[in-house]
Design a protein around this ligand. Structure first.
Ligand SMILES: *Cc1c(COP(=O)(O)O)cnc(C)c1O
Length: 513
């Protein structure tokens, strides 16, 4: 054992990135990367709830997304429980909205509700899934920077708990659509007042977080939200407030308060994604609470709810160290408590919108290995210069039966993943590999850099963990590949929650067939 370990560690590749070290045991499943019920069987296979990789491959084919239902429910519950506990004495608990855009189907919508969470949607299609799943309207939120009238109407018809308004234009449209509904809905008593649209305003606090740090600026150069920076209101609004430099956010509050057809619930922010440290969330919370206090003082407008968005990070590769929900909740609760005391306001009802941190680690993608190619590569000099050192090294390209069509994140975001050999263990020495897909695109990378046993061969199965969020959701039919299904495993039994596509599906919209 010690012998093989030494052999494996002795082979760091000069092509490996700095953060990637040779694992002591290539067969180990790092708990941070996997669903809690993923494990190696006595025979050395990866198994989820006891169901092995070869059984999954034999019964369901590959590539396939394999999701642990128990792990999904546990992570959903963990957020709800941790935030409820931390905020119990501040605002009686927290409303947790699962961000459906990370991965949504009717099964997920039902589990979310059963675990006591609500559901965020960002389009008419996501609303349709929520509706088919029977999610009660009051538990649904609708996001989007360019909602259509039809999407707004659909949310109102469902009795949506909140529409998160992203612009001044949209505020007026929501108000007009809500006002007209009472009179233009057939079968409704024209004398009856239509229910008001429940609205939150999405603000851009100028806090934007990256994985390891956050930046705080006055002006954010992006499409979402209403700016909180002074002087960003329209000229017409600024003229009403001579001598002041009101913000677009302030203008929206005043406008919302002036619409009879709108019930203004509060304000919202979402500062980024895959964030590990709580400081960015804390800074945003302070800015929004200060805004709440200012709106009360300036206009006498109450903003009883405050949403702090999602964006909590997960582990994709060994060095990633996300915080557990309880730690984030405690840090945020402390800041909300102190800030409300300092501003002498009662705390608003808090809500959050995690997506990735609930579903991301519940799922792995199972692929079959096809072609393997050793490519001789110039070893670049250290640093950014990119000059060749004159040395060469081998990068092993392992092709699998999927690729950028089932995981676009490496291409879109330069995202890193990890990978293990799933159908067996191996004591072969570590080999630096790049796992690539089968698409006609050289950027078609699934795992940019990882170590795998040197004897991985065609027909082996590889598993990539952490593919629950923004993988199936972003999947495509590039090269007419059928999109993989999502298999939910529970108590050792698997069932499709979304089936994989067939060749007939691929041709179903082709009008020439
Ligand atoms: C994407 C998004 C989320 C969820 O982000 P995660 O990184 O998946 O937690 C929450 N709220 C809003 C408004 C979003 O756009």
């Amino acid at each position: 054992m010690a012998e093989t370990t030494r052999k494996a560690v002795a082979a760091p590749s000069p092509l490996a990135p700095e953060w990637l070290s040779v694992p002591e045991d290539l067969n180990e499943l790092l708990p941070a990367l996997w669903a809690h019920d993923a494990a190696r069987t006595a025979g050395g296979e990866l198994a989820l709830g006891g169901l092995t990789a070869t059984e999954i491959k034999a019964q369901f084919g590959s590539p396939v997304f394999v999701l642990s239902e128990a792990d999904f429910r546990a992570r959903a519950r963990a957020f709800k429980t941790a935030f409820d506990a931390a905020f119990a004495d501040i605002c009686g608990g927290v409303d947790v909205y699962y961000a459906g855009k990370s991965f949504l189907c009717t099964a997920i919508a039902r589990w979310v509700r059963e675990e006591g969470l609500r559901l965020d949607t960002a389009s008419g299609g996501e609303l349709a899934v929520a509706e088919r799943a029977g999610t009660p309207g009051e538990l649904i939120g609708l996001h989007g920077n360019n909602k259509s009238d039809a999407e707004i109407r659909r949310a109102l018809d469902l009795g949506a708990g909140r529409i998160i308004v992203d612009s001044l234009d949209e505020l007026d449209r929501v108000a007009a659509i809500a006002a007209a509904r009472g009179t233009d809905t057939p079968g409704e008593d024209p004398g009856m007042e239509s229910p008001r649209a429940k609205v939150m305003l999405r603000l851009t606090p100028g806090v934007h977080a990256h994985t390891h740090e956050f930046i705080a600026t006055a002006h954010e150069d992006q499409k979402f939200g209403l700016s909180m920076a002074p002087g960003t209101a329209s000229a017409a609004f600024a003229d009403e407030e001579p001598g002041s430099a009101p913000s677009m956010a302030e203008e929206a509050v005043a406008a919302a308060a002036g619409h009879d057809s709108i019930e203004l619930l509060g304000v919202h922010c979402h500062i980024g994604s895959q964030i590990f440290e709580p400081e960015g969330f804390e800074a945003a919370a302070v800015r929004l609470l200060e805004f709440v206090a200012a709106m009360r003082a300036l206009y006498g407008v109450a903003l009883p709810e405050l949403d702090l968005g999602g964006g909590y990070g997960i582990a994709y590769v060994p060095g990633d160290t996300p915080r557990p929900p309880a730690e984030i909740a405690t840090a945020l609760a402390g800041v909300v408590r102190e800030t409300c005391a300092r501003l002498r306001i009662s705390a608003p009802r808090i809500s959050i919108e995690p997506g990735r941190a609930i579903v991301g680690s519940t799922t792995f993608t199972l692929y079959e290995v096809g072609t393997i190619k050793d490519v001789v590569v110039d070893v670049p000099a250290p640093g950014q210069g990119g000059q060749a050192t004159g040395e060469t090294s081998v990068r092993r390209y392992i092709s699998v039966d999927g690729g950028m069509s089932d995981n676009a994140r490496p291409v879109l975001y330069d995202a890193d993943y990890s990978v293990i050999l799933a159908n067996r263990t191996s004591q072969a020495p570590a080999q630096l590999v790049r796992v690539v897909g089968k698409h006609c695109e050289s950027g078609d990378i699934v795992v940019r850099d990882a170590y795998l046993p040197g004897d991985v061969r065609a027909g082996d199965l590889l598993a990539v963990p952490g593919t629950g969020a923004y993988c199936w959701a972003l999947s495509s039919n590039y090269n007419y590949l059928a999109r993989p299904g999502v298999l939910a495993v529970r108590d050792g039994a698997a069932r499709w929650i979304v089936r994989g596509e067939t060749e007939d599906d691929l041709l179903s919209r082709d009008m020439g067939v």
